[in-house]
Design a protein around this ligand. Structure first.
Ligand SMILES: Cc1cc2nc3c(=O)[nH]c(=O)nc-3n(C[C@H](O)[C@H](O)[C@H](O)COP(=O)(O)OP(=O)(O)OC[C@H]3O[C@@H](n4cnc5c(N)ncnc54)[C@H](O)[C@@H]3O)c2cc1C
Length: 368
């Protein structure tokens, strides 16, 4: 390989891919290019930073330069890739064209922005978080749009830090896409300090009030949106790569152009986008192996996600989309155990709350 392996993206997916490639090959040139500062931080900690006493600065685990020397790669930061030219195996940046032997797209995702009038924050990277923390200074009442995983985690963190928190969602329960209603109910009870507003559509944030479609309004100083992510596909689409919700890859992590790979929040595999840490850890191993010419098929084991809501400890391992079945829930105040059972009682997913979270590993093994 004369040209380097080029990785676009300095998040977990980009760095983890670089590490795995380097682990298998100590010599091959690797260049990681990122539009941000490429400092390495733990993104999941953005939603529990208050609880863990972290500031935006102390969340940084390693500077880009440290990552470069530690892994043995070149890191170019603050440089956006504007185009991919698959026919000549080049990418374009503001500094001109650059060749690659293999290209890895680890571009991440953008927060979805609902058509809500007024100032609204969203947090999907360290820069976003810095702005959000600045906005919180001297404020008391925080409204969160979205009662999904990230919305619930921020609600827990901000409530524990002494803010007044209201959560709004058009769904009828927290974690509506991940857990059955009984578990949603349990979470709400445990996080009783939060003002929950369900079947509520926010239209406007103005003069210290969040306005809903039904005409009601609620006092708030800051509005945080946490309604999900959309994979960054534009670069790939412009280059003619096949995309669905994300950049489509096969079991070898190849996009529709064989020497271009994708991984992380921007990737779609078997119709799924998996914006979590564990899929990156698994996929990066297969990606590295395939890039270096040793075939390794991508296979995901069950990957339970720990919801970082210490007030209402919860673990979710939802069934794959499209699988038929129903939730079967048991438990009480101390905890809830809910299994998603398909035909002939086969377990296809689970949700554990409270003391039942101790069954996470055993259930994941059974599921596997
Ligand atoms: C608040 C929060 C809490 C979370 N908590 C958890 C959790 O508890 N457990 C869990 O499993 N997951 C969690 N996640 C999800 C997990 O953090 C992400 O799945 C993971 O970090 C995504 O990494 P990534 O590298 O794919 O994307 P990113 O970290 O977004 O990195 C994308 C990179 O690409 C760069 N880039 C994009 N476009 C270009 C371009 N054109 N040119 C150059 N560079 C470009 C960006 O600058 C960035 O460096 C959480 C996410 C958030 C936001």
């Amino acid at each position: 390989m004369d040209e380097p392996i080029v990785i676009v993206g300095g998040g977990l997916a980009g760095y983890q891919s670089a590490k795995e490639i380097r682990r298998l090959d100590g010599q091959v040139p690797i260049c990681l290019i990122s539009s941000d500062g490429a400092d390495f931080y733990s993104k999941p900690m953005l939603s529990n930073a208050f609880a863990s006493g972290k500031t935006p600065d102390s969340l940084i685990l390693k500077r880009a330069s440290e990552m470069a020397s530690e892994i043995g790669i070149e890191v170019i930061h603050e440089r956006k890739v504007d185009a991919i030219h698959p026919e000549s195996r080049e990418i374009s940046t503001g500094e001109g064209r650059m060749g690659y032997s293999k290209l890895v797209l680890a571009l991440g995702a953008d927060p979805i922005r609902l058509p809500v009038e007024g100032e609204m924050y969203s947090v999907n990277d360290l820069l976003d978080y810095r702005k959000f923390r600045q906005a919180l200074a001297g404020k008391r009442r925080i409204a969160i749009l979205g009662a999904g995983l990230i919305g619930c985690e921020f609600a827990n963190d901000l409530l524990s830090a002494g803010f007044e928190v209201d959560v709004f969602d058009i769904a009828s329960q927290p974690l509506g896409r991940l857990v059955p209603p009984e578990c949603g109910e349990w979470i709400m009870k445990r996080m009783k300090g939060v003002g929950w507003h369900f079947n509520a559509s926010v239209t406007r944030f103005e003069e210290g009030r969040v306005h809903l479609a039904d005409g009601s309004s609620h006092a708030a100083d800051v509005l945080l949106s946490a309604v999900g992510l959309v994979p960054r596909t534009k670069l790939a689409l412009d280059a003619g790569l096949a995309c669905g919700r994300g950049i489509r890859v096969n079991e070898f992590l190849q996009t529709s152009v064989g020497d271009i790979h994708a991984i992380g929040d921007c990737m779609e595999f078997e119709g799924m986008v998996l914006p979590f840490v564990m899929p990156i850890m698994h996929a990066s191993k297969a990606l590295a192996s395939n890039i270096l010419g040793k075939e390794m098929k991508l296979a995901f084991p069950p990957m339970p996600v720990v919801v970082k809501t210490p007030l209402a400890p919860t673990v979710v391992c939802p069934p794959k989309p499209g699988l038929d079945g129903a939730w079967h829930t048991e438990g009480g105040e101390e905890g809830m155990k809910s299994l998603f059972l398909g035909e002939e009682g086969k377990m296809l997913g689970f949700c554990l709350c409270g003391k039942a979270v101790s069954e996470k590993n055993a259930l994941a093994r059974t599921l596997g």
